[in-house]
Design a protein around this ligand. Sequence first.
Ligand SMILES: Nc1ncnc2c1ncn2[C@@H]1O[C@H](COP(=O)(O)OP(=O)(O)OP(=O)(O)O)[C@@H](O)[C@H]1O
Ligand SMILES: [Mg+2]
Length: 233
Amino acid sequence: MNDRVPLLTSKNVVKRYQMADTAIDVLKGVDLELMAGERVAIVGRSGSGKSSLLHVLAGLDEADAGEILMAGESMTGADNETRTALRGSSMGFVYQQHHLMPEFSALENVALPLRLNGLARKDAEQRSSALLSKVGLEARLGHLPSELSGGERQRVAVARALVHQPKLVMADEPTGNLDDASAQELMALMVELSDAHGVALLVVTHDRSMLGYFDRVLALSEGQLTTMPPGGG
Ligand SMILES: Nc1ncnc2c1ncn2[C@@H]1O[C@H](COP(=O)(O)OP(=O)(O)OP(=O)(O)O)[C@@H](O)[C@H]1O
Ligand SMILES: [Mg+2]
């Protein structure tokens, strides 16, 4: 519970995609410190490496060099099992596309992280249905993803990322496929849930109207993160 230790630290993180005859250096030394409860946006052009960065920070993909620490614990030094456990207990992820399990209902999708963390089905579904009510989907619990609207699917994905009460939720353009009003609603909802539970948010967005929700805005360019002046850039 040391407030001085950043929740997430990235030190000189490098990511390279090696192709047959070329290599793409996407991340060229990314430094980041995210404090508990902090809300940070990441902006950058298409192809600048935002998704790659989030995936590497979340341990969904491996960095080629550098170090990532979660609450002071090294993710990059850990073996796969430890990393998965660390991610399962302390992180939630909202993908650029919702990535819900197509054969699972909304309720089962949200309950999944809890089930994976060992919670009994009844308790997992109770907590999940309470959270789905909070995001306005109490009447859609039994719907499959294909039986939900795009905005509803994103709300399920947000609920799934938050249900196990992680310290950090990373979201990759969570409002990218939504109309303006639904996008604002979803972002406001994420902020509300982050406030209520002290969850830090690291969110990729290209939508400037979202930036007011964040404590800081960072720009990814030329493989590095830089701070954007408030309201400018
Ligand atoms: N698995 C991969 N193998 C090879 N190259 C990849 C791979 N994934 C991404 N890239 C390349 O790395 C660069 C960064 O991709 P990334 O998806 O991180 O960008 P992005 O900033 O999220 O873009 P967008 O805003 O369009 O989502 C792109 O040029 C992409 O073509
Ligand atoms: Mg992307």
